[in-house]
Design a binder for this molecule. Sequence first.
Ligand SMILES: NC(=O)c1ccc[n+]([C@@H]2O[C@H](COP(=O)([O-])OP(=O)(O)OC[C@H]3O[C@@H](n4cnc5c(N)ncnc54)[C@H](O)[C@@H]3O)[C@@H](O)[C@H]2O)c1
Length: 253
Amino acid sequence: MEFKDKVVVITGGSGGIGSATAEIFAENGAKLVLIGTSSEKTEKKAKELGLKEGEYLALGADVSKEADVKAYVDATVDKFGRIDVFFNNAGVSGDIANTADISSENMEKIYGVNIMGVHFGLKHVLKVMLKQKSGSIINTSSLAGLRGFPGLGAYVASKHAVVGLTRTAALEVAGEGVRVNAICPAPVETRMMDTIEKDMGEGARENFEAGVPMKRYGKREEIARLVYFLASDKASFITGGIYTIDGGQSAKA
Ligand SMILES: NC(=O)c1ccc[n+]([C@@H]2O[C@H](COP(=O)([O-])OP(=O)(O)OC[C@H]3O[C@@H](n4cnc5c(N)ncnc54)[C@H](O)[C@@H]3O)[C@@H](O)[C@H]2O)c1
């Protein structure tokens, strides 16, 4: 029970990667705060995970709105008194569109959730962790945070921003007992990839798989195990790190 009574906040907690991560922390004794677009979805997920009354909070929030982010941080501190781990993970891929064609609505949606949402989360959770003088934050970037992908310009830009925010926040708090890292997965089996494949059309999945040296998508629990490690004291000298988890894809030219 490595995380017994530690408080773990997960945004995108009802989604693929977020819920797999919630499962590992729950198995290891953590108190969980699941944030999703609606409290019905996060409540349903908490029940599926077998979380017991008093050991979790299931909340709805739009992470692109600062008031919603402040509200989920305040609700966590009111209920549990602290935040030990923050998995800053909610994200959207948006509609597929080339750089010359993308609509401003699509850009605003993607930047709102993936950049503002991550930045607001950092801002409000760091205030709590800095008071505690402890905590571990893991931001979800992507392989798209390290290289380009045609048709996904705003998503790519947003995930590059997550890398920059991670490095900057890590440097700002490195002497304060708080660690900040990011993960960069290649395609993972979740609803997000289902949507991207549908939008890109026939052959999309085969193309994505062909790009991965291991010739497959990642499994959500494989990503969850990296997040769990980075959150744990076993990673006590790791901060400002950008961790690819990609079946070898970033090793290619
Ligand atoms: N699936 C992949 O291949 C892949 C690869 C690299 C990175 N990622 C990143 O992993 C993260 C999790 O995605 P996933 O693959 O689990 O997809 P998913 O669609 O299953 O989960 C995304 C989650 O984000 C939440 N969310 C979206 N907009 C929100 C908002 N405005 N406010 C609050 N919550 C919101 C959704 O409710 C959902 O729970 C995302 O940041 C995504 O960009 C995914």
